[in-house]
Ligand binder design. Structure first.
Ligand code: PLP
Length: 343
């Protein structure tokens, strides 16, 4: 199993700090969850029903022709190699690096050759690839690919029977960059998640947006009732809550700017990020991560490249606590040790 943010119980044990005292900034999950209403009791008693209008509501929210609800986009990440590259042949799959590591893991497990890519060398490498897997905005770098470029790459790949897979788990704050409205094209798959923007990571709901035929095959592989009745109920209501989408977009944009400004002010200038997280490179990321953990602040550490990701505090008290820690950090370490983020 790969490392992920959010393992707060583990951190509490490791550092001997009670769970309730932690400020968890280790994920890119919105700390302010979409306000979940009480659910009809019958929902716990009945099997989930596919004709509950969740699909129609999701199609409208994403502006996509065909969507399939899945138990978090993670479920699709694991199933897609078998579906997009069936058969025994080994394919060359270009994968963004650094990025959400579950993609590389799934394709490696399926026995394919991985070609690690940076946004700059994709164009030149494309002719030798059978498939391209990108995360946009990327986690943790925040890089967003232009729609025009992605559509050109898709055309190039599809003409040779290749595919483009785009993971848009962090796209909801910037929907204008989404490829969802093109996701009906053959050999193109777009993944979306309710875990990040809606703060509903525990509900385990995501969507695969793709050509209808591909979604039918995926549904067959995943089997019936993959998303629970209560999760379908909550997902449908959250996706239909247009006023909340607008308010939340403005709120998260403000939070992202605030976090970026705060970290920069205390010498930890991010090199990338989204409304939901900021990412900075630091030669001593392990030590800085450990220092924050001793203050009860849990960050996401990346060892390769040596870097840290900060998520959003969910309360004003949390913001104040982060600022106080950043101030202490500057005073505790000599400026040349900490305070010079590597650009
Ligand atoms: C880029 C990206 N994609 C997909 C996922 C999986 O999200 P979920 O399975 O909750 O939809 C994550 C989780 O951190 C992620 O960062």
């Amino acid at each position: 199993m790969l490392e992920h943010g959010g393992k707060l119980r583990w951190a509490a044990k490791r550092y001997g700090i009670p769970l309730a005292q932690w400020l968890d900034l280790s994920t890119g999950i919105n700390p302010v969850t979409w306000p979940v209403p009480p659910q009809p009791a019958a929902i716990w008693n009945r099997l989930p029903e596919d004709d509950d209008d969740l699909v129609e509501v999701a199609r409208a929210y994403y502006s996509a022709r065909s969507v399939l609800p899945v138990a978090g986009s993670q479920a699709a990440i694991m199933a897609l190699p078998g579906l997009l590259c069936p058969g025994p042949g080994k394919r060359r799959i270009g994968i963004l690096s650094p990025s959400y590591a579950e993609h590389a893991y799934a394709w490696q497990q399926a026995g394919h050759e991985l070609v690690p890519l940076s946004p700059e060398n994709i164009e030149a490498t494309l002719p030798g690839l059978d498939g391209l897997v990108l995360v946009s905005p990327n986690n943790p770098t925040g890089h967003i690919f232009s729609k025009t470029t992605l559509l050109q790459w898709h055309e190039n790949l599809a003409a040779r029977g290749g595919f483009l897979l785009i993971d848009e788990a962090f796209m909801d704050a910037t929907p204008e960059h989404s490829l969802a409205d093109h996701s009906h094209l053959s050999n193109l798959v777009v993944l979306r998640s309710l875990g990040k923007f809606f703060g509903l990571a525990g509900a385990r709901v995501g969507f695969v947006l793709a050509h209808h035929d591909l979604l039918e095959k995926l549904q067959e592989i995943l089997g019936p009732w993959t998303v629970s009745g209560p999760s379908r109920y909550v997902a449908k209501a959250a996706l239909a809550d247009v006023d909340w989408h607008h308010e939340n977009r403005a709120y998260l944009e403000m939070c992202g700017e605030r976090l970026q400004g705060l970290l920069s002010h205390y010498g930890l200038a991010p090199v990338g990020g989204t409304a939901l997280f900021q990412w900075l490179r630091h030669d001593d990321a392990i030590q800085v991560h450990d220092w924050f953990a001793r203050q009860g602040i849990w960050l996401r550490l990346f060892e390769e490249p040596s870097s840290l990701r900060f998520g959003l505090p969910g309360t004003e008290e949390g913001w104040q606590r982060l600022e106080a820690a950043l101030q202490d950090l500057q005073e505790t370490f000599a400026p040349k040790e900490v305070g010079e983020a590597v650009l």
